[in-house]
Design a protein around this ligand. Structure first.
Ligand SMILES: [Ca+2]
Ligand SMILES: [Ca+2]
Ligand SMILES: [Ca+2]
Ligand SMILES: [Ca+2]
Length: 475
């Protein structure tokens, strides 16, 4: 295959692909940014058709978040593992045969493809996509049924142009009715504070309180999880911020950063014009940092009046409390040392870095939907093979199990950013229930209810009942 052919065919898709081509001795490296709207979905096969390939030629693919790739005929199937959508940079390595046989190569990815990014009503769906699905580009809720076009399209899979998608007389907005077009898991959970119904309602969850506080302080919550939700995030160069988001750029006691750090991170991300490009760059940087096994967990530490207080001492005799705090809880220090502790600590460092480049970011706390503790009874079960494997994998575990991550505000929606390390498999399937999102540990004190010594006696969360529902209608 001749290099000119690659350039020629790749450039056909310049509105979707941004090829940078370099030629090595025996391979041609074609670096593409997957098309803006081609969402590469975690744990799904993302197809990129390449070819036809010449005899003896082969292609391989690698990139951040790519966990595997294989060819079927002329289709390259890419499997991605990280829940960061959708702007991966993939390196496609083409090994041409030596016979100079002419081969044409085209790149096309599955998903949505659009030329422009204009989003007149700022609902997260670009005008061109709204034209395609028939919704109004100047109205966030085209059919006036109370569900935004964006959520009907990405989460509920109902028709954004009909108040009553299945014509049975019950509007789409009905709490149960909106579950009929996609697979959902319903659960009843008991939660201790802190939790927050407002931030619990997001692109993967519908949540409401169904009871008051019982004598032990638990409140009963009903939650519907939409694990098949495919949020759409359009990479944007727009720097204008929704006013209410400014507080998620603030420096805090833990997400602090110096002028110098801001400058360095700015440099690191300056090659990326879009917000999602910057997020990817920062995640790549974080991948290169070290995880330390110290213990400054959020349940030991609180922030009062901007001062970090250690509520229960850390258990490492080799380090002072102050040193452990610096390694695990203070953004600027972690950045300088290129170190961080567990997920809570990573969420501080990641949050700090994203804020430093002007992307509003907060921290989210989540808990497993099901927890395997001997003798604990939960009514109902999950038969969906895709999800039941992800449940109860923590067999025998009796310590506090939870996961913190970040959410960044991108194109008028909060986007869940990165699920790290061993939690990935569980968390990206959304079978962790998000219980609260917050701008700083100053606003949310976990130390009263999340003490590990009282864990088995007084767990902060407990699932009583689960119930799944497969879609009743095909879209
Ligand atoms: Ca729109
Ligand atoms: Ca609607
Ligand atoms: Ca509708
Ligand atoms: Ca209906």
């Amino acid at each position: 295959m001749a290099l000119k052919d690659i350039i020629k065919y790749a450039s056909i898709f310049t509105f979707l692909l941004n090829p940078n081509i370099s030629q090595g001795a025996d391979s041609t490296q074609l670096q593409i940014n997957p098309p803006l709207y081609s969402t590469l979905l975690p744990d799904k096969q993302n197809e990129i058709s390449v070819g036809p390939l010449g005899k003896g030629e082969s292609l391989s693919i690698s990139g951040y978040g790519v966990s595997g790739a294989k060819f079927e005929g002329n289709t390259l199937k890419v499997i991605t593992s990280q829940f960061i959508l959708p702007n991966y940079t993939l390196d496609i390595i083409l090994k041409p045969n030596k016979s100079n046989e002419e081969t044409k190569l085209t790149f096309q990815t599955s998903g949505y493809r659009f030329v422009d990014q204009k989003d007149s009503d700022k609902d997260g769906l670009p005008d061109s996509l709204e034209a395609l699905i028939g919704s109004c580009p100047y109205n966030k809720d085209s059919d006036g049924d109370g569900l935004e076009d964006y959520l009907e399209f990405c989460k509920y899979k109902t028709d954004p142009t009909k108040k009553d998608s299945d014509g049975d007389g019950i509007p789409d907005s009905d709490w149960e009715e909106r579950r009929e077009f996609t697979y959902t898991i319903a659960a009843k959970m008991m939660l201790l504070e802190p939790f927050d119904i407002e931030t619990m309602n997001d692109q993967f969850q519908d949540v409401r309180k169904i009871g008051g506080k019982d004598k032990d302080g638990y409140q009963l919550i009903q939650i519907i999880i939409y694990p098949e939700s495919d949020p759409l995030f359009v990479p944007s160069t727009d720097k204008k911020l929704d006013r209410s988001m400014r507080k998620y750029l603030n420096k805090t006691a833990e997400m602090n950063y110096s002028k110098e750090t801001k400058g360095e991170i700015g440099k690191l991300t300056e090659s990326q014009p879009t917000n999602i490009g910057k997020i990817c760059k920062i995640l790549e940087w974080l991948n290169g940092t070290k995880t330390v096994t110290k213990h400054a967990e959020f349940m030991h530490v609180a922030i009062k009046d901007g001062k970090i207080e250690v509520r229960s001492p850390f258990d490492d005799p080799n380090y002072s409390d102050e040193e452990i705090l610096e390694k695990c809880f203070i953004g600027e220090k972690m950045y300088r040392m290129k170190e961080h502790g567990t997920c809570g600590s990573s969420s501080i460092l990641r949050g700090m870095l994203l804020r430093a480049v002007g992307i509003p970011t907060r921290v989210a706390q989540s808990v497993p939907l099901l927890y395997d503790i001997a003798g604990e009874e939960i009514s109902g079960e999950i038969t969906n093979e895709k999800y039941n494997k992800a449940l109860r994998v923590q067999e025998g575990r009796s310590d506090i199990w939870n996961h913190l991550y970040n959410e960044s505000y991108v194109n008028h929606h909060w986007m869940r950013v990165d699920y790290t390390a061993d939690q990935t498999a569980l968390a990206y399937k959304m079978l962790f229930v998000k219980i609260i999102s917050f701008g700083s540990f100053q606003d949310t004190d976990f130390t009263d209810t999340w003490k590990d010594e009282t864990w088995l006696k007084r767990r902060p969360y407990k699932t009583l009942e689960v119930d799944e529902q497969f879609p009743k209608h095909k879209k």
